[in-house]
Design a protein around this ligand. Structure first.
Ligand code: DLZ
Ligand code: SF4
Length: 507
């Protein structure tokens, strides 16, 4: 029987299991731009353009492969994926059943359970084969473990996929993890190569015009749209990265720079997350570059750890703990986000730069997300749900399976330690060490109170003070809370008073 195959906007790969099982000339493929998916948060316009343009290009790939394709554009006003399916089944009555690859987000997976009944046709959801650890693999790994540390999961994955392993089954170089070599601060000491931009073709230009018109209030400066929207284009960008940036990637992985938005980062997460690049392919290519002497082991290992380790691990955590995970809020953080999270308009230089590029380009690298924006939200006790929705909205690579554990778990410690062994709380000193924003900031990272004091400093102690009880129970935080308590009462009071004032001012 001919099938109707639904391909979601983040499943644009011929390896999509619903397409692998499909028959050109017999089955019909549906791709749909719908309001429901496009507006569950205030998505960055770069993200919407990326997805719609990639969907339209992928529809052409499918037609070239011989498939009948039904493509619903946003201007047709179809509200939801379910409506798009119902309309198509009505228009093409021979289609017997619906097939789809499991969606990345719980929200949609849950909604799909009702589709069979609504549509009156069998709905088959295929296991998502586009990740390197299946749900079952991760559950088996997690079973019986008291703590789910990424590092141990990552080692298993290295062995399983034989990446950066020597002939004796040992990690190359004798060490699993070279993170200690990946923490250099930035003092503008190296040349950052110019990133090539993709010039949008006619299809993408049309999407840009439509998205500008339909989403006037969303963040995203579309005049700067630079992303690839096809597998070939994504491949070319990845190759550019390998040729031009990989050799410095590891060294400056955690650096914060005034001079560059991207430094030596890969900028491929959005392509991996929508199906334009395959995770195993990029890991193999990076390993080959190292074996060919084109980068250091710490560059290759640092990169592979992100894709083979972190990316798979956060997805595992998400599915293991949803739907409850979304509601966790260990520190009961509920302060509303300041308005300037949507404008970047703050005198804190590091934060303003990170917010601005996130809003304008839909991109910030992991230390900006974790230690500048996330750390600020943690210290100031910003509302966990609000912060998570903000991250889900602004980043081009953000889908809930990756965004939620990274924000709620890693950055905000909202899960009480399921992911991180301690809160990633840091004062201005960390930010100063990692980069050169402080030099052009009106605040002074060496000052904790008084005019010109870096707000991160007093907020850091406010955080330690208000959560001292929980933090003392954590062996890795005990020294810090102990030190705080030993300080003179009047010093503590002065810092807390200054922090209270700061919290009032940021609102
Ligand atoms: C993110 C997104 C957006 C903005 N729009 C669409 C859309 O119109 N149609 C679609 O199929 N998918 C879209 N997506 C991606 C989905 O939100 C994504 O598939 C789910 O969140 C599951 O990960
Ligand atoms: Fe950020 Fe504080 Fe440095 Fe300013 S002084 S850039 S706010 S860390």
């Amino acid at each position: 029987d001919p099938r109707l195959i639904l391909v979601l906007g983040d499943q644009l790969s011929l390896k999509n299991p619903a397409l692998v099982a499909a028959r050109p000339g017999i089955d019909t493929v549906l791709l749909a731009e719908v309001a429901e998916e496009a507006s569950y948060v205030r998505h960055n316009r770069h993200k919407i353009v990326l997805i719609f343009a990639a969907m339209r290009h992928f529809a052409d790939t499918l037609r070239d492969a011989g498939f009948e394709v039904v493509y619903v554009t946003l201007d047709m006003g179809v509200d939801s994926l379910l409506t798009a399916l119902a309309n198509t089944l009505e228009a093409v009555p021979v289609l017997a059943g619906v097939h789809c690859c499991e969606p990345g987000e719980y929200r949609l997976r849950d909604a799909m359970r009702g589709w069979q009944e609504s549509l009156g046709r069998p709905v088959t959801v295929h296991d998502d084969s586009r990740f390197l650890a299946s749900h079952r693999d991760f559950e088996r790994w997690a079973e019986g473990r008291k703590q789910l540390r990424m590092e141990y999961f990552y080692r298993e994955m290295r062995k399983r996929y034989n990446l950066l392993m020597d002939n004796d089954g040992k990690p190359e170089g004798g060490q699993w993890n070279y993170d200690a070599d990946n923490r250099s601060g930035w003092r503008n000491q190296a040349e950052v190569p110019d990133r090539p931009s993709n010039t949008p073709d006619a299809v993408t230009r049309e999407v840009i015009a439509e998205v500008s018109a339909c989403f006037p209030d969303n963040p995203g400066e579309l005049a700067d749209f630079r992303l690839a929207v096809t597998a070939g284009g994504a491949q070319a960008e990845f190759r550019w990265f390998c040729d031009n940036a990989l050799g410095q990637f590891g060294t400056f992985q955690d650096a914060l720079a005034e001079e560059s938005l991207w430094l030596y980062h890969g900028l491929i997460s959005m392509y991996l997350n929508i199906g334009l690049l395959e995770p195993l392919d990029v890991c193999r290519e990076i390993e080959a570059r190292w074996r060919a002497g084109q980068c250091k082991l710490s560059d290759a290992e640092g990169f592979i750890r992100q894709v083979l380790g972190w990316r798979e691990y956060v997805r595992g955590i998400y599915w293991l703990h949803m739907p409850g995970y979304r509601d966790l809020n260990t520190f009961e953080a509920e302060r509303p986000l300041p308005d300037w999270f949507w404008s970047g308009n703050t005198d804190m230089r590091c934060l303003s730069r990170a917010l601005q590029q996130s809003l304008d380009h839909g991109y910030a690298h992991h230390i900006q997300r974790l230690m500048v924006i996330g750390n600020f939200a943690l210290l100031a006790g910003l509302d966990v749900r609000g912060v998570c929705d903000w991250y889900l909205a602004v980043y081009v690579d953000a889908f809930e399976w990756v965004e939620l554990p990274n924000t709620l778990g890693m950055a905000l410690y909202g899960d009480g330690g399921i992911m991180a062994s301690k809160p990633y709380a840091a004062s201005g000193k960390y930010i100063q060490r990692q980069g050169n924003h402080c030099a052009s900031c009106r605040y002074d990272p060496a000052k904790t109170t008084g005019e010109g004091a870096c707000p991160y400093n007093a907020l850091y102690w406010h955080f330690v003070d208000r959560h001292a009880e929980e933090l003392t129970r954590n062996s890795r935080m005990g020294l810090i809370t102990g030190g705080w308590r030993k300080r003179k009462a009047e010093d503590r009071e002065a810092i807390i008073a200054w922090a209270e004032q700061t919290l009032q001012d940021i609102g």
